[in-house]
Design a protein around this ligand. Structure first.
Ligand code: PLP
Length: 319
C-alpha cells in the first residue's frame, strides 16, 4: 500500500481525519514547524502563540526574523479573549499552538475551548499550526483542531516524540490550498524524507507496534506521575504527559531555582526559557519525566527538588 495512504488510515483509526493528498512526511515535528513557517509565507511576519511556548518554535521564528506575540493562558491553554484582543490590535495571519499536553504547562484544551479558538480563527482568517506531538499520549485523545477546520489548520505529528526517538519521521496534514507551497518548502529544504526511513515507520504502523510503544510509554509515565504526586504534590501533571510544570512558591524566581537545581545535578527548564516575545513568564519550571533512564533516577531528582523547595533560596543569589 502507498506509504501516505497507510499513514492516513492509521491516523483515521486514531481519530485524526486526513487525506492522502494532504499528508506529507517530515524529518520530525521540528522540521514540520519550519516547513509550515516557510509554506505560509510567515518569514518576517507576526506569529501569535501561547505566552509560554515550545522553544523550537521560538527559535525558528527568531531565525526567520518573525515576531512572536505570546498570549495569555489559563489551565486549558490559550485564552480565546487574549486571541481576540491580539487579532484586533495587530495584523497576524498565523497562530501556533499545542492544544494537548502543552509544552511546558501540560494544559489540555477542552472541546469547547477548541471550538472557540476555531471560531475566532475563522472570523479573523487565521491559519493555525496545531502542534500535536503529544496528542496520542492521553488514554482518550481529544478531537484535534484539524478535524474542525481542515481548510486552515496545519497538523503536525511525529513518531520521534511518542514512539521511537531514533526514528525521526514526522507527518503533517496541510490545508489543500497550501499543498503546493508545502511541497516547494520540502523540496528546497531537503528534497524529501528518505523513503527507506518512511518504510521503517510504515512497518511499525502496519505491524501495530506504534500504539504498543505508546502504551508502554504511558505506563512508564504513569509510574513517574505517581512519584511526582508523592514527592512534589504542587507540580502540575496530566496522564500521558512527558513533562510536568512546577509553579514556584515565594520567594523563588524560576531562573535561580533552575540554577540551584543544576548545582544539585538536576536539570530543570526555567519558565523564562519558554517565554514568547515579551510575555511575562510566571515563576515556574518544567520538569522532564521521560528523559531520566530509570524511575529511581526520577525519584532521586524529585527528592532533591523537594528538598530545595523546603529550603529558602540562597540569600545572595540575585546579586
Ligand atoms: C511541542 C513540541 N513540538 C515539536 C517538538 C519536536 O518534535 P520532533 O522531535 O519530532 O522534531 C517537540 C520536542 O520536544 C515538542 O515538545
Amino acid at each position: 500500500m502507498d506509504q501516505r495512504q497507510l499513514f492516513v488510515d492509521w491516523l483515521a483509526e486514531q481519530g485524526i481525519a486526513g487525506s492522502e493528498e494532504r499528508l506529507l512526511f517530515s524529518h520530525g515535528a521540528q522540521h514540520g514547524i519550519m516547513l509550515a513557517l516557510l509554506a505560509t509565507g510567515c518569514v518576517g511576519e507576526t506569529i501569535l502563540c501561547e505566552g509560554l511556548s515550545y522553544p523550537g518554535l521560538l527559535g525558528n521564528a527568531r531565525q526567520l526574523k518573525s515576531q512572536v506575540v505570546g498570549l495569555a493562558m489559563d489551565e486549558e491553554g490559550l485564552l480565546p479573549e487574549a486571541l481576540e484582543a491580539a487579532c484586533r490590535q495587530r495584523r497576524a495571519k498565523l497562530l501556533y499552538l499545542t492544544p494537548t499536553l502543552q509544552n511546558p504547562t501540560t494544559a489540555i484544551m477542552s472541546p469547547a475551548r477548541r471550538e472557540a479558538i476555531i471560531a475566532l480563527a475563522r472570523r479573523h482568517d487565521l491559519l493555525i499550526i496545531e502542534d500535536d506531538v503529544n496528542g496520542l499520549l492521553p488514554e482518550t485523545p481529544l478531537t484535534p483542531l484539524v478535524n474542525l477546520a481542515p481548510e486552515r489548520v496545519i497538523y503536525l505529528g511525529s513518531l520521534a516524540k511518542i514512539a521511537c526517538g531514533g526514528l525521526r519521521v514526522g507527518f503533517l496534514l496541510a490545508p489543500p490550498a497550501l499543498r503546493a507551497a508545502f511541497a516547494q518548502a520540502m523540496r528546497l529544504s531537503s528534497w524529501m524524507v528518505s523513503p527507506l526511513l518512511i518504510e521503517l515507520a510504515c512497518k511499525l504502523v502496519s505491524e501495530r507496534q506504534v500504539m504498543a510503544l505508546i502504551a508502554q510509554q504511558r505506563q512508564v509515565l504513569t509510574r513517574r506521575g505517581e512519584l511526582l504526586r508523592h514527592l512534589l504534590p504542587g507540580a502540575r501533571w496530566q496522564p500521558g504527559s512527558m513533562h510536568a510544570w512546577l509553579p514556584l512558591p515565594e520567594p523563588w524566581r524560576s531562573q535561580e531555582f533552575a540554577q540551584a537545581a543544576d548545582a544539585l545535578d538536576v536539570g530543570v527548564a526555567s519558565g523564562e526559557h519558554f517565554a514568547a516575545g515579551q510575555f511575562a513568564a510566571p515563576q515556574g519550571v518544567r520538569l522532564s519525566l521521560s528523559q531520566p533512564a530509570t524511575d529511581a533516577k526520577v525519584a532521586e531528582g524529585l527528592d532533591r527538588l523537594a528538598g530545595l523547595l523546603r529550603a529558602a533560596p540562597p540569600a545572595n543569589s540575585l546579586l
